[in-house]
Design a protein around this ligand. Structure first.
Ligand code: SF4
Ligand code: SF4
Length: 369
């Protein structure tokens, strides 16, 4: 049974450092010696200030890097942001400033290596730096996710799919949420980080994981050697039924997690955390399916007042379902696979997921009967 630490914290460095050192020095902490190549994998979704709750807070990365450097390790900090340049992300997120005194390498994932993650996906290209590291430390952010409900420790490893490959995998697995969960767990198992810490000090609720989500102060740091157990404990904390987390369901089905967790710390369960509404993704190609896609099931919608026509969404959409004119963007609801990558990466919070009127009426009728 894996131990998961739950600790209360705010973003003051001595407190964070002491908690991170306690977690990493525990019995299940990573083995780091002189010369060990340590890769720190934060959540660097997109350039954003820490108060937006989109990215892992720089002080947590600093504490982990200091722990590894004190052991004599070589430390690299990398991710593959979905949008924006890596240097802008470092500056805007406060990483350049916070990490400036540390002897660490900061760079985006670029080169990939082919990794067999097993059926049904076979060989996929994963960030070479993540596969080559002796120890991977996974620093996730506690955020809601319009496609997968929450993005936590296991999901954070999807960032090891280098940026241009992400839409391709969304297209291949994204029409089926359960299948996408399977893919994410397969990637996690291939990389197998030695330790995972979830930054839930300032978490995100609502329409996450990008700028459409709402930051919420929870004051939590959750850490353990097994990210399945860390995610399990985090679901308990925010009051999410585990049956609703596809990565958890897949991990159980695949036999890589036995569903038991030993909690060290206070398990204060929230009863008002706001989760995103998840719509049905698959409807089939028939006439009924098309009707449902257009008029009933949840779909991305744009606020053309907020849209700056920056182009990020239509460049990223895995199925080219977004077109644009100088008046704004439109979605092809027949083609759209509801992966919500556009919502995730829009730098201006101009995209939301919502049900069309007919879908809302059907839901209302369902609720009153
Ligand atoms: S919706 Fe967002 S990402 Fe798409 S063009 Fe507009 S501002 Fe850019
Ligand atoms: S329009 Fe948005 S939700 Fe639909 S497939 Fe493209 S990126 Fe995904």
């Amino acid at each position: 049974m894996s131990t998961v630490f739950i600790r209360q914290a705010d973003y003051t460095y001595p407190a964070i450092r002491s908690i991170v050192f306690e977690m990493l020095s525990s019995d299940e902490g990573p083995v780091i010696d002189i010369g060990t190549r340590v890769l720190i994998k934060p959540n660097f979704l997109s350039p954003a200030a820490p108060e937006k709750a989109i990215t892992t807070h720089p002080l947590i990365i600093k504490a982990v890097a200091e722990f590894a450097l004190e052991k004599g390790a070589q430390v690299q900090i990398s991710d593959s942001p979905a949008t924006g340049s890596f240097s802008t992300l470092l500056k805007k997120g406060g990483y350049t400033e916070t990490l400036s005194d540390l002897d660490v390498t900061l760079k985006p994932f670029e080169a990939t290596t082919a990794v067999d993650v097993g059926d049904p996906f076979g060989t996929i290209d994963v960030a070479k730096d993540a596969m080559d590291a002796d120890v991977v430390i996974n620093l996730a952010k506690l955020k809601t996710h319009t496609q997968m409900m929450l993005t936590l420790g296991v999901k954070n490893l999807f960032g090891c799919i280098v940026v241009l490959k992400k839409p391709e995998w969304h297209m291949r697995a994204g029409v089926d949420r359960h299948m996408f969960g399977h893919l994410i767990v397969s990637i996690y198992e291939a990389i197998k980080p030695a330790y995972t810490i979830v930054d839930g000090i300032l978490a995100m609720q609502g329409q996450g994981p990008g700028k459409s989500g709402t930051p919420r102060e929870l004051g939590l740091l959750i850490g353990g050697a097994n990210a399945h157990a860390v995610d399990h404990a985090t679901c308990l904390l925010v009051g999410l039924d585990l049956e609703r987390l596809e990565t958890h369901l897949n991990a159980r089905e695949m036999g890589v997690y036995d569903g038991t967790v030993h909690i060290n710390g206070a398990l204060n369960i929230l009863d008002d955390f706001q989760f995103p509404e998840l719509g049905t993704l698959t409807m089939g190609p028939d006439i009924l399916g098309r009707f449902m896609r257009r008029f009933v099931i949840q779909q991305p919608r744009v606020d053309n007042e907020a849209c700056k026509l920056c182009g990020e969404c239509w460049k990223y959409c895995p199925v080219q379902a977004i077109t644009y004119t100088d008046r704004g963007i439109t979605f092809n609801t027949d083609t759209c696979i509801r992966c919500y990558c556009c919502l995730e990466i829009c730098p201006h919070a101009a995209i939301r997921a919502s049900k069309p009127l007919a879908g809302r009426v059907i839901e209302w009728l369902r609720n009153v009967h």
